[in-house]
Design a protein around this ligand. Structure first.
Ligand code: NAD
Length: 260
């Protein structure tokens, strides 16, 4: 059980982040939900989790591309909930286009949200974890932290960077009971992937069904998408009592994709 622990999950209003948030709340952690979305839907999720799992659930709308908002969110979480024991860096965006046409502002936004944001959250929370002698950092990276694909220059570069950051956080936390690991999903059916199917169809000049078969799942031996809940379950395991020796790792959840 994670009762008595406080967790922050960035980008947890949707998809994988929401599944991780719910799993940690189900294990008894007080949680901070972050991300964009319609205020009414966000409040419905927030109060729903609070009632279902009898934990405290806070919402913070910090923009993960803004370092000062990230720092303020970590500080506010600490003040409101007493500590920050578990940090899940999940917020992420994607853009699919060949390098020579890749918009510079998209490159900058993807590096900021998918990579630098994790540096800023860790920077703001590691001292507190070390001082209490316990902490868990889980970075939602990607199979694209281990291998490349065409038209995803910024995303692949950022996710490879997340693995480097994960290793360094693991080394710095090692003697203080703080672990840091990266989960590397292949394709998970979420709004991010639905949007990407349209972009891939345009980039490859093929239809959407063909994108799923011939682009997305082409190199996935199991031929299936993972469920967001499966990522949530692994994240919860990494935050639980049997994971203290697992640190600095990259754990693929990709149907065998990176076994090729
Ligand atoms: P999603 O689009 O469903 O959710 C993304 C979340 O991030 C949302 O809550 C959104 O509001 C939030 N977000 C986006 N920009 C933000 C910002 N500037 N500040 C704060 N929050 C912001 O996406 P998802 O598929 O659930 O992806 C979550 C993570 O998992 C991402 O890091 C993604 O790269 C990674 N991932 C996804 C897949 C997949 O197949 N879906 C595969 C591998 C890795």
């Amino acid at each position: 059980s994670l009762a008595g622990k406080v967790a922050l999950v960035t980008g947890s209003t949707s998809g994988i982040g929401l599944a991780v948030l719910e799993k940690l709340a189900a294990e008894g952690a007080d949680v901070v939900m972050n991300g964009f979305g319609d205020p009414g839907s966000i409040e419905a999720i927030r109060s729903g989790l609070e009632q279902r799992y009898s934990v405290r659930v806070r919402y913070d709308g910090a923009d993960m591309s803004k370092p000062e908002e990230i720092e303020a969110m970590v500080e506010a979480a600490r003040r409101a909930l007493g500590a920050l024991d578990i940090l899940v860096n999940n917020a992420g965006i994607q853009h699919v286009e060949p390098i020579e046409r890749f918009p510079v502002e998209k490159w900058n936004a993807i590096l900021a949200i998918n990579l630098s944001a994790a540096f800023h959250t860790i920077r703001a929370s590691l001292a507190g974890m070390k001082a209490r002698g316990w902490g868990r950092i889980v970075n939602i990276a990607s199979a694209h932290a281990l291998i490349g694909s065409p038209f995803k220059s910024a995303y692949v570069a950022a996710k490879h960077g997340v693995l480097g950051l994960t290793k360094v956080a693991a080394l710095e936390g090692a003697e203080h009971g703080v672990t840091a690991n990266a989960i590397c999903p292949g394709y998970v059916w979420t709004p991010l992937v639905e949007k990407q199917i349209e972009e891939q169809a345009a980039a490859h000049k093929i239809g959407k069904d063909q994108v799923v078969r011939e682009v997305l799942l082409k190199n996935t031996p199991t031929r299936t998408f993972a469920e967001a809940g499966e990522i949530g379950a692994l994240a919860a395991f990494l935050c639980g009592p049997h994971s203290g020796a697992i640190t600095g790792t990259a754990l693929p959840v990709d149907g065998g994709w990176t076994a090729h």
